[in-house]
Design a protein around this ligand. Structure first.
Ligand code: ADP
Ligand code: F6P
Length: 318
């Protein structure tokens, strides 16, 4: 094998550059050269290819974002765009491709694998909604940022006797909200996966407020789409002077945590080895091992919370 390709697609996160470094170094160790395609699938459709050498990936391990850039590419999803992508791979003499991306990007990788390309997917998404891996790349860093932000907010909340509603990202998945609620000691959490009772939450917080509680932290997953309503209710019904903080894209950047650096590097190394073995699959952290997970397994199953986390969510959503 002489040459492999790599691209980063969809929403970015921290830990991608560490993954790219591991991919290039593992490839060079095996005398394989690496082509980087810029801007996700756009780089395949429009042949935006660059040579990725060990020199180019030195000093990037600790940086957030992606040096290859990313995008969401409509054209790739159309027949004509997909054919252009296949042509690029042929012309650039790519013998295996690594796609680093979220759910949508991995669906694209599956389609490429079904077309005969040796294609390995690395699950990258702060949402942690991809089946087959305990943790996707970027989740741990995002959680650390959320907790850092909540700790700061708690200081000012308690000085002013205020309630804060904090909205976390995650699309339709409540993972970031639920884990950060547990790790920050939030009073309430609302996630799409668990039924909540807003009136009961308000009564509980009101009683705590009347008993002298200095502040309240309520975490709402963006997928619930109720952030504004919860904020208004806290003001009107629970008696708290209330503020809303939407954490937004700060959750997607910053230096990757140790966990994300090492996860990215382990998945990067394994992905190159899988390409050498001509094994199309998705990299999955299961326990302490990185496994090859079949695309069909990833896309025919839905990731679920453990019973303990569901019980915790129920306790905090009423
Ligand atoms: P993410 O990978 O972060 O979930 P998107 O869902 O926006 O982000 O997907 C990123 C890109 O992956 C899309 O712009 C498109 O090019 C490609 N993609 C998404 N879904 C599919 C699909 N079902 N089949 C082929 N390609 C897809
Ligand atoms: O999928 C990652 C994610 O950050 C989601 O949590 C969020 O809903 C979405 O991407 C935001 O997308 P964009 O960066 O296009 O605004």
């Amino acid at each position: 094998m002489k040459r492999i390709g790599v691209l980063t697609s969809g929403g970015d996160c921290s830990g991608i550059n560490a993954t790219l470094k591991a991919i290039v170094e593992e490839a060079y160790k095996n005398n394989i050269r690496v082509t980087g395609f810029l801007e996700g699938y756009n780089g395949l459709v429009n042949d935006l290819a660059i040579e990725l050498t060990p020199t180019q990936v030195s000093g990037v391990l600790q940086r957030g974002g992606t040096i290859l850039m990313t995008s969401r590419c409509e054209e790739f999803m159309q027949e004509s765009g997909f054919k252009k992508a296949l042509k690029t791979l042929e012309e650039e003499e790519i013998e295996g491709l690594i796609v680093i991306g979220g759910d949508g990007s991995l669906r694209g990788a599956k389609k490429l694998a079904e077309s005969g390309i040796v294609c390995v997917g690395i699950p990258e998404s702060i949402d942690n909604d991809i089946y087959g891996t305990d943790m996707a790349l970027g989740v741990d860093t995002a959680l650390n940022i959320i907790i850092y932000a909540i700790d700061i907010i708690r200081d000012t909340a308690s000085s002013h006797k205020r309630a804060f509603v904090i909205e976390t990202m995650g699309r339709e998945c409540g993972y970031l909200a639920l884990m950060s609620a547990m790790a920050s000691g939030a009073e309430a959490v609302l996630i799409p996966e668990v039924e909540y009772d807003l009136n009961s939450i308000m009564n509980r917080l009101k009683q705590e407020h009347e008993r002298g509680r200095k502040y309240s932290i309520v975490i709402v997953a963006e997928g619930v789409k109720k952030t504004q309503e919860v904020t208004e209710k806290l003001k009107k019904e629970a008696g708290f002077d209330t503020r809303l903080t939407i954490l937004g894209h700060i959750q997607r950047g910053g230096n990757p945590s140790v966990f994300d650096r090492t996860l990215g590097m382990r998945m990067g190394i394994k992905s190159v080895q899988s390409i050498i073995n001509k094994k199309s699959s998705v990299m999955g952290l299961q326990g302490n091992d990185i496994k090859n997970v079949a695309y069909d397994v990833v896309f025919t199953n839905k990731k679920a919370f453990s019973q303990m986390m569901l019980d915790f969510a129920r306790l905090k959503s009423r």
